[in-house]
Ligand binder design. Structure first.
Ligand SMILES: Cc1cc2nc3c(=O)[nH]c(=O)nc-3n(C[C@H](O)[C@H](O)[C@H](O)COP(=O)(O)O)c2cc1C
Length: 702
């Protein structure tokens, strides 16, 4: 079963000398990658010989081989470049390149993705652009800057929509610009949208004996590098692929098997095998949100020296449920091939990020562990579906939905109700995707959770020596990593309640299960090696599960030998109810020199009627967030105390929901700086928080 006979025609771009385009992306959570892939397809339809990949897949000299380069990058951390850009970015910044004009032959354009609630909006794209221009490259098309906060005149909580409101017009203009600046020769037309482009990979079924090889070809069909899973496992010795020991407890006795994903471990480079030792709901059953305190234990992750836990994130790789996988197999008519092992040849540079193939994977395995069938589909997926239905009505409807116009139809059908790929495929039963196109499904990306513990995370290893020299841990050392996860449960316009892939996985994850986890280095701009880390004041502003990185930071600071040295700490903590989600409240009393100002948004409080009236008037006058039950109100209330700490070069940490909170908090801090006389006025307050000599400002919002 390959491409169906009735599928849309497949059209190969014409190869033209000198018409080359390279698309390089930097992306943390996949938004930038998705855009880069879409732009690459557009360029291919214009007959550009197109190569697309992560920035770090390429060297500086590779840029010189292409007539055009398009960069797509998000900004992460505190105005930082994404992790998969660091090598190329480092080589671009080498001082010996200054004044060399070494990129004079490069024509480029750049598209950034960011969030204007961060102080350093789209800094990665801006820094990169400035450096490319410094090195002599010229821009063939204007830069674009998408903003997750952009509302385009309409209030929307839909981040796809917000990114698209900048991206789609930029895409259209770029296409027109490419066609006019680099016209096609007479007789050659752009490949129309209704013809499918050939895939960049080749999926084959393999006989049941022999090992599955995951091959990377050099684009001309030769195998240039063969790396099978045994080799990978050997390379990453911390990772176990022993399936005997990875079964969830319920799988051992074989009785009463619930519908929970199998516990097989993916061969993820650099990841760790850990065991779930606690999975406890910390909010009352009748509270609107299920917040979990989950603890993992892992053996000897090869830690080298002391490390700050604050800002470290734990990566969890969720899986699909067997019932959903079966549903997809039935819908696509893949039951005769589902248990067969597959082999994939990739053209160079086309292997997707985060695609980690299970040893001897069958199609069912790949669907369970690798493809996010409960993701909300992107526009490109719906476009792809249209090629694979023989029903003209379905085709027409899919075309209507994917029009790149002003219409909201696409968002109304997909992201607003959070319809999943599986549900969309159920809505279009005529769509039969061949298994050879499996890679058009989005890859399951790891989900990131801030660690909520810090200090010394070792258990059973009291004699552990932390040194900056060699890792002195032994195989008996066990480390504990804790997260506080708010499980996402949507109530959408579709009646069926829905939950995120990872939320569902975590909700039912049994204690005792062995899982594969990743650990991402901290994004925090301070170091535990700096003695002032412990003694300088700390102002924490956290909402909801945003308390996690703050708690980790606090526990890190408590490592100080002499507790008297611990700097004063203020915590402004916003949650709904004192009794429901005032997380870790029982711990705060044990931390020296800490004052907590909670802001309970849904509890009645006992302030005066006069105060109530004043606030009601402020709200009526549209003064945003004047409400007393928010953290920003508490910051203004305690301006004198805040000011006292601002004078002492504090660390300021803002964690929790993105959206309006970070901006409102920043404004409240500016007001507190003015009110307490630290600065003369709002104008002076604006830049004050960005200067290192005044404070360290760390924002971790999601
Ligand atoms: C931890 C974190 C830090 C971020 N820092 C910034 C920032 O400093 N400036 C900015 O403009 N956007 C920032 N963003 C927003 C991202 O750039 C935005 O969400 C983007 O769509 C992510 O694209 P990606 O999936 O390709 O990484 C941050 C997002 C996260 C989750």
């Amino acid at each position: 079963m390959g491409e169906p006979v009735l599928a849309a025609s497949v059209a190969k771009p014409t190869t033209m000398e000198g018409r080359n385009l390279i698309l390089l992306y930097g992306s943390e959570t996949g938004n930038g990658e998705e855009i880069a892939m879409e732009l690459a397809k557009m360029a291919e339809r214009l007959h550009f010989n197109t190569v697309v990949g992560e920035m770090d897949d390429f060297k500086l000299t590779d840029l010189l081989r292409y007539s055009l380069a398009i960069f797509v990058t998000s900004t992460t951390g505190q105005g930082d470049m994404p992790k998969n850009t660091t090598t190329l970015w480092k080589s671009l910044r080498r001082t010996k390149l200054n004044n060399t004009n070494c990129l004079a032959s490069v024509k480029f354009s750049i598209f950034g993705l960011g969030d204007s609630s961060y102080p350093k909006f789209n800094w990665a794209a801006r820094k990169l652009r400035v450096r490319l221009l410094q090195l002599g490259a010229s821009e063939f098309f204007r830069p674009g800057e998408a903003d997750e906060r952009h509302e385009n005149g309409r209030l929307t909580h839909n981040s796809d929509y917000r990114l698209d409101s900048i991206y789609l017009p930029w895409y259209q203009e770029l296409r027109e610009s490419l066609l006019s600046q680099f016209p096609l020769p007479k007789g050659i037309e752009p490949i129309p949208d209704d013809a499918q482009l050939p895939p960049k990979y080749n999926i084959r079924l393999v006989p049941s004996t022999g090992s599955v090889k995951d091959k990377i070809t050099n684009g001309e069909g030769h195998v240039s590098q063969v790396e099978d899973n045994e080799q990978l496992a050997a390379k990453f010795e911390r990772m176990s692929t022993d399936s005997e020991s990875t079964e969830a407890p319920w799988q051992k006795d074989g009785t009463d098997v619930p519908d929970f994903p199998p516990a097989k471990l993916l061969p993820i480079p650099g990841s760790f095998t850990a065991q779930v030792v606690c999975n406890k709901r910390v909010t009352p059953e009748d509270h609107w949100q299920d917040v979990r305190h989950i603890e993992f234990e892992l053996r000897s992750p090869g830690r080298n020296g002391a490390m700050s836990f604050a800002g470290q994130t734990l990566l969890i790789y969720p899986k699909n449920y067997p019932k959903d996988v079966q549903k997809l197999i039935d819908l696509m008519g893949w039951s005769d091939v589902a248990e067969q092992r597959i082999e994939i040849d990739w053209a160079k540079g086309t292997r997707p990020r985060d695609y980690h193939f299970l040893k001897d994977a069958t199609i069912r395995d790949a669907l369970t562990h690798n493809f996010d069938i409960s993701a909300v589909p992107k526009r490109t997926f719906l476009e792809f579906m249209a090629y694979h239905t023989t029903n003209p009505l379905e085709k027409e409807r899919l075309h209507e939905l994917t029009q790149r116009g002003d219409s909201d139809e696409f968002y109304d059908y997909t992201s607003r109700p959070r319809r999943t790929i599986l549900e969309v495929l159920e809505d279009f039963p005529g769509v039969k995707i061949p298994y050879t196109r499996l890679l058009e499904f989005p890859i399951i990306r790891p989900r990131e959770f801030s660690l909520c513990n810090g200090g010394d995370p070792t258990v059973n290893a009291k004699d552990l020596v932390i040194s900056n020299e060699q890792d002195t841990t032994t195989s008996t050392d066990v480390y504990k990593f804790e997260i506080l996860a708010a499980l996402v449960h949507y109530r959408t316009i579709i009646r069926k309640p829905r939950q995120g892939l990872c939320s569902r996985y975590l909700r039912h994850l049994p204690v005792g299960t062995t899982v594969q986890i990743g650990i991402k280095p901290p994004s925090s701009p301070f170091s535990m090696d700096d003695p002032s880390f412990y003694s300088r004041p700390l102002i924490g502003v956290a909402t909801g599960t945003g308390i996690a990185p703050f708690r980790a930071l606090l526990q890190d600071r408590c490592l100080v030998q002499d507790q008297q040295q611990l700097g004063p700490t203020l915590l402004f903590f916003g949650c709904r109810n004192a009794a429901a989600d005032f997380h870790f409240q029982e711990e705060w009393g044990t931390v020296p020199n800490l004052t907590v100002y909670p802001a309970f948004s849904r509890d009645n409080d006992s302030s005066s009627t006069e105060e109530e009236t004043k606030l009601a008037l402020q709200r009526a006058a549209g003064i945003y967030d004047a409400g007393k039950n928010y953290v920003q109100y508490q910051i203004r209330q305690h301006a004198a105390k805040v000011g006292e700490l601002l004078r002492q070069n504090p660390i300021i940490v803002v964690c929790g929901n993105s959206g309006r909170m970070p901006k409102s908090v920043r404004e409240a801090l500016e007001d507190a700086a003015v009110g307490s006389g630290v600065v003369a006025d709002r104008e002076e307050a604006k830049g004050w928080f960005d200067r290192k000599e005044n404070c360290v400002y760390w924002q971790e919002t999601w």
